[in-house]
Design a protein. Sequence first.
Length: 332
Amino acid sequence: MLRIALLGAGRIGHVHAMNVAAHPELTLVGIADPLIENALSLTKLVGGRAVKDPLEFIEDDSIDAVIIATPTDTHVDLMLRAARKGKAILCEKPVDLNLNRAREACEELKQRNARVMVAFNRRFDPSAREIYQAIAEGEIGELHQVMITSRDPGFASMEYLSHSGGVFRDMTIHDFDMARWLLGEEPVEIFASASRLLKPELAKNNDFDTIMVQITTKSGKQCHINGSRQARYGHDQRLEVYGSEGMLLNDNQRTSSIRRYNARTTESRPPLVHFFLERYAEAYRIELNEFVLAINHATPMPITPYDGYRALKLAECAQRSAETGKPVNVED
Ligand SMILES: NC(=O)c1ccc[n+]([C@@H]2O[C@H](COP(=O)([O-])OP(=O)(O)OC[C@H]3O[C@@H](n4cnc5c(N)ncnc54)[C@H](O)[C@@H]3O)[C@@H](O)[C@H]2O)c1
């Protein structure tokens, strides 16, 4: 049994806590959160000790691994402290809000041979994995284009948004990682258009709510991402990959597969699953299991801090492109 502690008992911490508690090879030692009531209410559900200070678990030599589910601006510090104590680490995205800090952290983690996985959960979504596998097996020939639609059903709180680093670093970061993973090549150029159609007040953080991004790789492969912080009809998560021999399309998931026909409507279907907690529930479970497998079998972590750094780099370039209205060379 691996002894594990959870740092951060908020929205995503809740998901990790439930999955750790249900995993047959993990013992949840406890949950740390400076808002102790958050830690306490979660330990009531899943067991373990509730503490205020994450260092209590990081300094504890009997603990093998930590999950970092704290606000983004705390990730690097907690990750480095846990790595210096030899812990395996599952760290939420994004690695940091600052690219230089993320790069320096990656270098230290590499030097230490630290066992760190960055939690880009969408790579573990069963349909995304199927698409990745089909591309690898040549089912659509040479891959030419990736199209990603990524719209949230609604805004997080303004308090969360003000610390999030903006839509590209916080939300589209998942899609930047998906783009790199599916394209199989590093992007060399990004052009981003971004607007504030829903919340003009985002301007004070230089943030946006509605975005379109175009990515090109060295060989000329392309990716298009469109995103919004608020789609009234639910969590819109579609993926299309197009190649020389065909196309693969992953549509949205719904709460039921029944289609209704009557005098008023044809093919009426139930709503989309509400948000990331529901849409990616299986992906979070698989993500945790892959982390445990990599620790137990001493195999490479499936997603590394370097992947986290590269996705952040794309987010920074997209932000710069949106602010200047010009395409950005990714290596500049
Ligand atoms: N992979 C995903 O699908 C996904 C989804 C949501 C959030 N996230 C990421 O997870 C992180 C947390 O997001 P959230 O939505 O759960 O935020 P949240 O605000 O709901 O929860 C964060 C929790 O961390 C606690 N906290 C703050 N500082 C801490 C510290 N030093 N040590 C321990 N706990 C601390 C807060 O009190 C709070 O309870 C962010 O980096 C976010 O980008 C990832």
